[in-house]
Design a protein around this ligand. Structure first.
Ligand code: ZN
Ligand code: FE
Length: 257
């Protein structure tokens, strides 16, 4: 399974999962249909599935048009999103398993950004290979999604599930927000040498218009303040010794950054 990153709208990424042998593809969060259709034409591939992480327009905007083009495809989304995702046919819960090509994804329920948000995790096929995590707007490179329909407690619980995955997991998040996220991260975790180094690397990459997605989960664990609510430095920065309150305060500061 190959993952092809497509750009959409102003700062969204759409991910096309492609099986060259069977000539089939699935798409994660089609913000719009056009870039997906263009890529499918180039590959001459058939779209068999849409995997939606949540109901926001910049994640499901292409559903209707893709269904029209490929009426046989299956639309997957979270069980709690019933009625909010165009064309949804499969209603997924924590622990459900779904198949694409030779791979099986595990569904992780990650409420917080929305109350129904799910992530799709493909464990590595062979030892030493990367797993693939499609986490929508829950975890970003260097950041996390805003809490529109969830509480800090829920988001910490959701991010804890993600944090429990192996370091060697590629994080395919839905937006190119990395540079501004890291800029903020430095304001609460400025002494973190890994973070400083990452900020410099990402600055160079963005100056060359390079994408910073996917990132590696191991890097997120070391540099993303929204996975580091237990770290003393961050607790000191927001004057709390409580992990959830630490997370909530960092999230609140980022909202106003
Ligand atoms: Zn969203
Ligand atoms: Fe989004």
């Amino acid at each position: 399974m190959q993952v092809i990153r497509l750009e959409a709208l102003s700062d969204n990424y759409i991910f096309l999962l492609y099986d060259a042998e069977q000539n089939i593809a699935a798409v994660v969060d089609p913000a719009e249909a056009e870039p997906v259709l263009k890529q499918l034409t180039q590959l001459n591939a058939v779209l068999v599935a849409i995997f939606n992480t949540h109901h926001h327009g910049d994640h499901v905007g292409g559903n209707q048009q893709l269904i029209q083009k490929f009426p046989q495809l299956t639309v997957y989304g979270g069980a709690e999103d019933r009625g909010r995702i165009p064309g949804q046919q499969v209603f997924l819960q924590q622990g459900d398993r779904i198949q694409f090509s030779s791979r099986t994804a595990e569904v992780i329920f990650v409420p917080g950004h929305t109350r129904a948000h799910i992530a799709y995790y493909f464990p590595p096929e062979n030892l030493g290979e990367t797993g693939e995590l499609f986490c929508g707007d829950t975890l970003f490179a260097g950041g996390c999604g805003r809490l529109f329909e969830g509480t800090p407690t829920q988001m910490v619980d959701s991010l804890s599930k993600i944090r429990a995955l192996p370091d060697n997991t590629r994080v395919w998040c839905a937006h190119e927000y990395t540079l501004s996220n890291l800029k903020f991260a430095l304001t609460v975790d400025g002494d973190n040498a890994d973070l400083q180094r990452r900020y410099d690397e990402v600055t160079v990459a963005r100056n060359h218009q390079e994408a910073t997605i996917p990132s590696l989960l191991g890097v997120e664990k070391r540099t993303n303040p929204f996975l580091r609510w237990e770290q003393k430095a961050l607790q000191l920065a927001v004057k709390s010794s409580d992990p959830v309150q630490t997370f909530a305060r960092i999230r609140g500061m980022k909202d106003k950054f």
